[in-house]
Design a protein around this ligand. Sequence first.
Ligand code: URP
Ligand code: ZN
Ligand code: ZN
Length: 473
Amino acid sequence: MSSTPTLIKGGRIITAVDDYVADILVEGERIVSIGLNLDGGPDARVIDAAGLLVFPGGVDCHTHMENTFGASVTCDNFASGTRSAAFGGTTTIIDFALQTAGTSPLDAISRAQSKAASAASIDYGFHVIVTQVDERVLGDMQYAIRHEGVSSFKMFMAYPGTVMSDDAAIFQAMRMVGQHGGMIALHAENGTVIDLLIREALAQGHTAPRYHALTRPAIMEGEATHRGIKLAELAEAPVYFVHLSAKEALKHVIEARDLGIPVFAETCPHYLFFDESAYADDSFELARYVMSPPLRSKEAQNALWTALKTDDLQLISTDHCPYCMKEGHRGNVNQKPLGRDDFSKIPNGVPGVETRMTVVYDGGVRGGRISLNRFVELMSTAPAKLFGLFPKKGTLAIGSDADIVLFDPNESHMISADTQHGDCDFTLFEGRAVTGRVKKVLLRGELLIDNGDWVGRTGQGQFVARGELGGHW
Ligand code: URP
Ligand code: ZN
Ligand code: ZN
């Protein structure tokens, strides 16, 4: 913890509701004062923020660091992935702890804790991926909410035979968490129909990456989303949809929210900036666009932007789930080339944790699609509120953690994997010119990024225990 006070002078402070020029005084790990002409005393470290925007640190509640899916492990671990996140202005992530066959969600949490503890350089929490439900597991989930600071659980309606849960298991888990202040996050795609379409495509000799998209139709995301909402309604529990991409799914979220049902959803930058026209030919290069759900139509993309504006979608998370395009890059094996002859073996997922704020600022705020306040709400405040981190995280206020981003709204640069800080060998945004750049990042009062240089420490991130959810919905 830094004992020297830090005085951030004359920046334009943006929260989900505020926009004004003032100073911020940080002592220890917290913001202690916000006002005009503040004096931090003779020892204060003074940071001149004139001309810069001052945001609360980003909260990305969907990342996969060193996550194992089948034969593949994501190529960013907690050290590389959280450093990369910090360069992009994110100071808190919520990652995943996988319940493996026959084990307890509590074991999953302790395994994830031991990976992150000495490696993370930003703060972190976990959702547990629940793959098997029985009375003991339900009891352990309840324990996790009460005593482990883990109050959200992801369940899959896709990937039969590996992580998929059936409707009864999802309903049981929803009913329990609904009674105890937790929430189920759903991966909503109809897994068994998709599995059939995959087998049929392969039997016809269609092995190229673009068949990944062709076998995961939008209507099957819509169907699963509708089913998930009905299960949640019956269970009297809130539900959160991860990586929503399809208009057919969005429609059901909007309808439910209009009826006052507690349904929430995120989308991801890749769905906002890319569309299905990327799947143009049979080349293996298109494996970089293999994520689930896949990219959708331009019309769907426009609907997602509108929904972000109208709060029909509440969050933009990255689903940072990076696998390299080249086998062996920085020692990572079983990456995208695993599916060179069979698209169904390409590990699903794309990187994004470092680019989230910049591309959404550039395309969203500068592009006239969302306001500056809504940008902060989407990047930081809404995820903090929804997942039990607010007001410690997600805003700039007296008493909040001093997780602060200084952002130059006018500096232009080109995005490239070569200048990023994670371990993935590509970014979907390669070569994109953007305006707006993260200049400095503080985590609980300590500088992590100083004018583009890394000055943080591996391991300085802390686990953030989350309480029962629902306090800020
Ligand atoms: O393609 C994706 N999204 N991979 C990550 C795992 C998941 O479903 O979130
Ligand atoms: Zn998912
Ligand atoms: Zn994911």
